[in-house]
Design a protein around this ligand. Structure first.
Ligand SMILES: CC(C)(COP(=O)(O)OP(=O)(O)OC[C@H]1O[C@@H](n2cnc3c(N)ncnc32)[C@H](O)[C@@H]1OP(=O)(O)O)[C@@H](O)C(=O)NCCC(=O)NCCS
Length: 210
């Protein structure tokens, strides 16, 4: 059983919505997920587990997008979504700030897969994609004042800064921290952000033999 991070695609949308319903009180209509995927297909990512043994099996096309164990996280045989980040570019024509910038709409990781670094990796992939593909100069998000796990991730791990406090931002009346982080492509390169990813350094390999 392995875990991989990859770009989200249209077939993942239902499972992303299910994960969102499971993990967060802020939910969206399916068409809003579609809108993200169709407008900014490079920006959203999923963490999936895949059962290596099932990858060897010949996948029957009819079964491909079936829900093998009645588990709504499955997107195809042997692969299920355990985390996602849904990201977009700010596209509100009435927004005051015309600087191109991204926004993190939603992020969550299924409970049994938390504290393994998945949210960190999902976020870093999304930040890189927003900057590289859409020239985002910064990225913004909202987080509940009481959400200690997410605040640690954003503030301490990813170095976001609080830009303001939005009173009663959430439906239940809780305040939000509005946070932002400036994006600099060179600092977001995948080989710098994904420490456990092996880099194929051809020149170094050659020199090692000397
Ligand atoms: C917030 C959330 C996405 C974090 O996911 P995760 O995969 O467990 O996070 P990571 O393993 O990548 O951890 C990133 C950092 O946050 C820290 N962290 C994670 N959970 C934490 C917790 N419960 N309390 C304190 N710190 C926590 C980790 O220790 C790590 O810190 P480090 O870089 O100093 O080592 C996850 O808890 C979740 O899905 N929560 C419910 C949904 C949610 O709140 N989404 C955010 C909405 S704004």
């Amino acid at each position: 059983m392995g875990i991989k991070i990859r770009q989200a695609d249209i077939h993942d949308i239902q499972a992303i919505q299910n994960a969102n319903l499971h993990n967060l009180p802020e939910n969206y209509l399916l068409k809003y997920y579609m809108y993200h995927e169709l407008s900014w297909p490079q920006a959203s990512f999923v963490a999936t587990t895949y059962d290596e043994s099932s990858l060897d099996e010949e996948i029957n096309e009819d079964l491909k997008f079936e829900d093998p164990k009645g588990d709504t996280a499955y997107i195809r045989k042997g692969e299920k979504i355990v985390g996602y980040v849904l990201a977009k570019m700010e596209d509100d024509p009435e927004a005051e700030d015309k600087t191109p910038h991204g926004h993190i709409t939603s992020l969550s990781v299924m409970r049994t897969y938390r504290r393994m670094g998945l949210a960190d990796r999902l976020m870093k992939q999304a930040l890189y994609a927003l900057c590289e593909s859409f020239d985002a100069k910064y990225v913004s998000l909202h987080v509940r004042k009481s959400n200690r796990a997410a605040l640690h991730l954003y503030k301490d791990t990813l170095k976001f800064e609080v830009s303001s406090i939005e009173k009663s931002y959430y439906q239940d009346g809780e305040d939000a921290y509005a946070m932002r982080k400036d994006l600099v492509l060179e600092e977001l390169q995948p080989h710098l952000i994904d420490g456990d990813q092996e880099v194929d350094d051809f020149e170094k390999d050659l020199l090692e033999d000397l």
